[in-house]
Design a protein around this ligand. Structure first.
Ligand SMILES: Cc1cc2nc3c(=O)[nH]c(=O)nc-3n(C[C@H](O)[C@H](O)[C@H](O)COP(=O)(O)OP(=O)(O)OC[C@H]3O[C@@H](n4cnc5c(N)ncnc54)[C@H](O)[C@@H]3O)c2cc1C
Length: 464
C-alpha cells in the first residue's frame, strides 16, 4: 500500500482522502484544527443546521474508513508545528495540500490596524466558535460597514442584524466599488436579510449613482434593481424592520480614521465613476469626490488569499500549479516550482488551496476529488513507499511536544459534546476552545478505561 498525506481536512481534504482510501491507498490527514470540516464547520452560517449536520455525517463516514488516519491540531508550514520538509522526511508517496485560503486580502488603507477592523473569515471563525478566534476581540458597535457584496458579506450582515447574541447593531452598510449590476450575492442569501432594507433608502442610493452607471450603459433604476435582486421590496405590504441594512455603491474605502480610544470612528470612501471596457466589463475609477461615514466597525469581505507560510511555491494568484499549455483552461493540481521551472513530483493542491474563495462546498468537494484522482494516477507510477505507520507518526508528533488529535480522540470528543448538548437541551453543542476539548477527551478516555474498553482507543498500524 502507498501512503498519501493530505494537508487540511475541509471538504476538499476529506473527500480527497475518501477517494484515495477507496482506491486502496492510505490517506493520512494533517489538520490545523482539532476537528475536521474547515469552513464547512467553521464558516457556513451557524443556523444552516441541516447542511452542517449532513456534512458532519459525511465526514464521519470518511473517518470511519480503516485506511484513513487523522492528526488534528497539527499546523503545517514555516514557523508552525511541522514544515513541509518535515512531512517530506516521512517519505509519503505523495502529498495533497487542501489547506484552503487562510490569508485575507487587505487594502492597505491608512488606519486599517485600528480596533474594530476585521477580516471577514476571522470574524466568521469567531461566531462559528473556532479556537483561537473565539477568544479574540471581535466586538461590534452600532454602525457597521462591510466591504464587499458577495454571500459572505450577506452572512455577516445577517449575523449582525439578527443572530449575534451581543449585537448592538443599528445599521449595517454594505459598500461596493462598482454598481448594483455587479452584485455577487445569491437571491437565497439576501432573502434572509431583505426585510431590513428600507426601499426608499435603497431607491435614493440608486438615484445617487444612476447617471454614473448610465454612462457605462447600466440601467440601475429601482424597478430594474429591485426586480432583479430585491423582489421582496416590491411587495405591496412590505414594511422594513430594524436594524437597518443599507448599500453604498460606486465607493472604495480610502482611509480608516480612529477615535481617541483607537477604535475606528469614521471611514473615508472615495466615489468612483464606472468606465466601460471594450469587452463589456466595467472598471471603477476614483472621481476625486470623498465622503466620511460614521462607522464603528469595519469588516473586509473581499475574499481570501493563500497563506504563504505554508511553504509551497507561490504563483501569480496563489500556490503555483503546472499549466498545461495545450489546455490552459483545465484545472491542474500538480505544484509547479517557478524558480527551477519544473513540476514538483507527487505534490498536488486542491480546493480553496488551489483557487481561493471559489465556490460552495460542492465545488470544493469536486476539486478535492479531481486532485485525488491526479494523485492516484501519479501513485500508479511509483514503487511502494517506506512511510512510517500511524503509530510511529503519532509518536514522532508527540516527541516534538505536539498534542495531535486522532480518530479515537474525535470519537471521544463527539461523545462528550453529544452529552453536553443533551444536558443543555440543544440540538448541537461544540466546545469553543482547545483546552475544553482536550479536557473532554481525557474525561471520556478515563471513563472508557474504567469500563475496560481502552483497547478500542489504541492507535493502529498501516497494514503494508
Ligand atoms: C463565511 C462563509 C460561508 C460559507 N457558506 C457556505 C454555504 O452556506 N454553503 C456552501 O455550500 N458553501 C459555503 N461556503 C463555502 C465553503 O465553506 C467552501 O467551499 C469550502 O469549505 C472550501 O473547502 P476547502 O476544503 O477547500 O477549504 P477549507 O474549508 O477552508 O478547509 C481548509 C482546511 O485546512 C486546514 N488548514 C488550514 N491551514 C492549515 C495548515 N497550515 N496546516 C494544516 N491544516 C491547515 C483547516 O483547518 C481546514 O480543515 C462558505 C464559505 C465562507 C467563507
Amino acid at each position: 500500500m502507498k501512503t498519501v498525506f493530505v494537508v487540511g481536512a475541509g471538504p476538499a481534504g476529506m473527500f480527497a482522502a475518501r477517494k484515495i482510501a477507496l482506491a486502496g491507498h492510505n490517506a493520512v490527514l494533517f489538520n490545523r484544527d482539532v476537528k475536521p470540516g474547515g469552513l464547512a464547520e467553521y464558516g457556513i452560517y451557524p443556523l444552516k443546521d441541516k447542511m452542517k449536520f449532513g456534512l458532519r455525517k459525511q465526514f464521519d463516514q470518511v473517518l470511519a474508513l480503516p485506511n484513513v488516519y487523522y492528526f488534528g491540531n497539527v499546523k503545517i508550514g514555516n514557523g508552525y508545528d511541522l514544515t513541509i520538509a518535515d512531512l517530506d522526511a516521512l517519505h509519503p508517496s505523495a502529498i495533497l495540500y487542501t489547506s484552503g485560503a487562510q490569508g485575507a486580502h487587505s487594502l492597505g488603507l491608512p488606519g486599517e490596524n485600528s480596533r474594530g477592523v476585521y477580516a471577514a473569515k476571522d470574524f466568521v471563525y469567531n461566531y462559528n466558535q473556532l479556537p483561537p478566534y473565539t477568544a479574540q476581540d471581535f466586538s461590534t458597535g452600532r454602525r457597521v460597514a462591510i466591504i464587499g457584496i458577495g454571500n459572505v458579506a450577506i452572512d455577516i450582515a445577517r449575523w449582525l442584524l439578527q443572530n449575534s447574541p451581543s449585537r448592538t447593531t443599528e445599521e449595517v452598510t454594505i459598500i461596493a466599488r462598482r454598481g448594483p449590476l455587479e452584485i455577487k450575492f445569491d437571491k437565497k442569501e439576501i432573502a434572509y436579510v431583505e426585510r431590513h432594507i428600507a426601499p426608499s433608502v435603497l431607491a435614493a442610493e440608486l438615484t445617487r449613482i444612476k447617471d454614473r452607471c448610465a454612462r457605462a450603459n447600466q440601467d440601475v433604476s429601482a424597478a430594474a434593481i429591485f426586480g432583479e435582486h430585491f423582489p421582496m421590496l416590491m411587495e405591496s405590504d412590505f414594511t422594513p424592520i430594524p436594524p437597518r441594512l443599507s448599500f453604498r455603491f460606486l465607493s472604495s474605502p480610502s482611509a480608516v480614521i480612529p477615535g481617541p480610544d483607537g477604535r475606528i470612528a469614521q471611514l473615508e470612501v472615495a466615489d468612483n465613476d464606472l468606465v466601460l471596457r471594450s469587452d463589456g466589463s466595467t472598471k471603477p475609477v476614483a472621481n476625486g469626490q470623498k465622503t466620511l461615514l460614521d462607522i464603528d466597525t469595519l469588516i473586509f469581505a473581499i475574499g481570501d488569499k493563500h497563506d504563504e507560510a505554508l511553504g509551497l511555491p507561490m504563483g501569480p494568484s496563489g500556490y503555483s500549479t503546472l499549466i498545461d499549455p495545450d489546455h490552459p483552461d483545465q484545472p491542474v493540481f500538480q505544484v509547479w516550482d517557478p524558480v527551477n521551472a519544473c513540476p514538483l513530483p507527487g505534490r498536488f493542491v486542491a480546493g480553496w488551496a488551489r483557487l481561493a474563495s471559489t465556490g460552495l462546498v460542492g465545488i470544493a468537494r469536486h476539486d478535492g476529488e479531481l486532485g485525488a484522482e491526479q494523485t492516484i494516477h501519479y501513485l500508479e507510477t511509483q514503487a511502494e513507499g517506506d512511510t512510517p505507520g500511524p503509530d510511529a507518526i503519532l509518536a514522532a508528533l508527540k516527541a516534538r511536544g505536539l498534542q495531535p488529535v486522532t480518530k479515537p480522540d474525535l470519537a471521544l470528543l463527539a461523545k462528550a459534546e453529544r452529552q453536553e448538548a443533551e444536558k443543555r437541551h440543544l440540538n448541537y453543542f461544540k466546545y469553543s476552545d482547545n483546552a475544553s476539548m482536550f479536557a473532554a477527551i481525557e474525561r471520556e478516555r478515563a471513563h472508557f478505561s474504567q469500563a475496560g474498553d481502552s483497547a478500542k482507543l489504541q492507535p493502529v498500524s498501516f497494514d503494508n
